[in-house]
Ligand binder design. Structure first.
Ligand code: BGC
Length: 497
């Protein structure tokens, strides 16, 4: 039912202070559908790989595995200017279409080149989607629940990863004889189903009210607000436009790249680099490959080794989904800083546990200690690091350049993802898997220092105020910042700063 806006409010305060309705959650699920596809597609290739019959090796093989990440970096880069110019919704609709095309193409591919093109298309779509999904969400989310709503992106990623493994498990263990003919095609192609559903449903989404405000489309703002369940008067809209104007200055995008915005961009990019180089995707992407032989024994067939690896990885990905729930519950309660530092601290402990399992144990205890270490390593990431990064990416930039800045940060995330995955095999050969895990623990410790020193707390603040915090933060000092309820520089939308 429509909630009337109160008389002193403007569109921004109304958005900030609302209680999310069922429609908000549905809309957020739709916005994060690309997160599901992101998880599904970065993971399905790991299970399908053993059965792709084109004899790929060297660079082509590397591209098959990591090409989606590289395509994603390119997709993220193009998404920024496109979404700032044409709006968030058109981009989200087009992405679903590109994704569906790539998935169908990879299922019916006649040869290796078409498969590589299909993987690139998929990458472009998931990259563009990841660039803009949390920005879109932050532009309508109530301030007290913005973290939880954005955390759905992380949740959808983890569900996508899990579903990729479950589908591979069902297809390869139920029909082992067709694994190398139709099995792998089905695993790759099934992603088209949610993409086509998303394509149909996303056309019904409202455009982001903040983006519409920024573009002076005031009548459309009222329509978007009505779709979100609130009646906004033209006065509400004008008051909100005045606040955005006051906080973000004039309309020139070039001039919107202030020192504070650049500082926010650096903080988010560094956060994303740590998110990737601390190793989360090693167990997730290489899980079947690394753990299959450890868990299936030396004389198993290719199909049973793959199935054993996929089973173990499916357990880890279930932990990933479950633990993300805690992140969802806690991000708006404890804030981004505590969650991230706690997450990295857990990753340190459990990377070392897994490394100790590899180095000092044998037989069943070895398997148990490795599994405990890796599962809790993933859980710590899921609670504190994964979703926190994507939440920050959506919330810390001003509306005028949110698309571009969020997209640039997503590109950095994908490039770091690609680099780590490329480097890992060489790294592992040089110092063993246990050695790499110890390095991950060291990098997590650096990440804690970085978060403590440079990440301001953004929990519970209106997005317009977050921008102001970065503007007022001296370049060399991060440190603990005012929290939503704490002291510090505050502006209230609708009042003079
Ligand atoms: C990361 C991905 C990772 C996923 C795991 C995301 O936040 O960006 O690279 O695969 O979390 O759940």
């Amino acid at each position: 039912m429509a909630q009337p806006a109160n008389n002193d409010s403007n569109v921004l305060t109304t958005l900030d202070d609302r209680v999310p309705t069922a429609f908000y959650w549905q809309l957020t699920l739709l916005a994060t559908l690309g997160g599901f596809l992101f998880g599904y597609d970065t993971s399905n290739i790991g299970s399908a790989l053993n059965f792709v019959p084109y004899g790929l090796h060297g660079l082509a093989l590397g591209y098959l595995v990591s090409g989606a990440s590289l395509g994603a970096a390119a997709g993220a880069l193009f998404a920024g200017p496109v979404s700032d110019h044409f709006g968030r919704k058109p981009l989200l609709v087009v992405d679903a279409g590109i994704y569906a095309t790539g998935a169908i193409l990879s299922a019916i591919t006649p040869d290796a080149p078409v498969l590589l093109i299909a993987r690139t298309l998929i990458g472009v779509a998931i990259g563009a989607d990841s660039a803009i999904a949390t920005a879109y969400i932050s532009e309508y989310a109530p301030k007290e629940r913005r973290g939880s709503l954005a955390m759905l992106q992380q949740w959808m990623i983890t569900v996508g990863i899990l579903v990729a493994y479950i589908i591979a498990l069902i297809i390869f263990s139920a029909f082992p004889a067709s694994a190398a003919s139709s099995g792998w095609r089905l695993v790759l192609g099934l992603g088209a189903v949610p993409a086509l559903v998303g394509l149909a449903l996303r056309t019904q989404m409202p455009e982001s009210p903040r983006w519409l405000l920024r573009h002076g489309r005031y009548e459309d703002v009222r329509k978007a607000m009505a779709a979100l369940g609130t009646q906004a008067s033209l006065d509400d809209v004008h008051r909100a436009a005045a606040v955005i104007e006051q906080v973000e200055g004039d309309k020139s995008r070039r001039r919107a790249w202030t020192p504070g915005v650049r500082r926010a961009l650096i903080v988010v990019c560094v956060f994303f680099i740590f998110q990737q180089i601390t190793g989360i995707n090693v167990p997730l992407y290489y899980g079947p490959h690394l753990l299959g032989p450890i868990f299936s024994g030396p004389h198993a067939s290719l199909v049973s080794t793959t199935v054993a690896g996929v089973e173990v990885t499916a357990i880890m990905t279930s932990v990933n989904v479950a633990a993300t729930y805690l992140g969802f519950r806690w991000i708006d309660k404890f804030g981004r800083r505590i969650l991230a530092m706690g997450g990295y601290a857990g990753m340190i402990v459990f990377a070392l546990v897994a490394a100790a399992g590899l180095a000092f144990f044998s037989g069943t205890p070895r398997l148990v200690v490795i599994m405990i270490g890796l599962d809790f390593f993933i859980a710590s990431f899921a609670i504190g690091v994964g979703g926190t990064g994507w939440t920050l990416q959506g919330e810390v930039f001003p509306t005028a350049v949110r698309g571009q800045a969020a997209a640039f940060a997503a590109m950095i995330d994908w490039l770091a993802n690609f680099a780590l995955i490329e480097v890992f095999p060489v790294w592992q050969n040089a110092i063993s898997l246990g050695g790499v895990l110890v390095c991950f623990a060291g990098l997590c410790a650096l990440a804690i220092v970085f978060v403590y020193r440079f990440l301001p707390e953004t929990k519970g603040l209106p997005v317009e105020e977050i921008v102001r915090i970065f503007e007022q933060q001296p370049a060399t000092h991060g440190g603990p910042q005012p929290t939503g309820g704490g002291p510090g520089p505050r502006i209230q939308p609708g009042t003079s700063a």
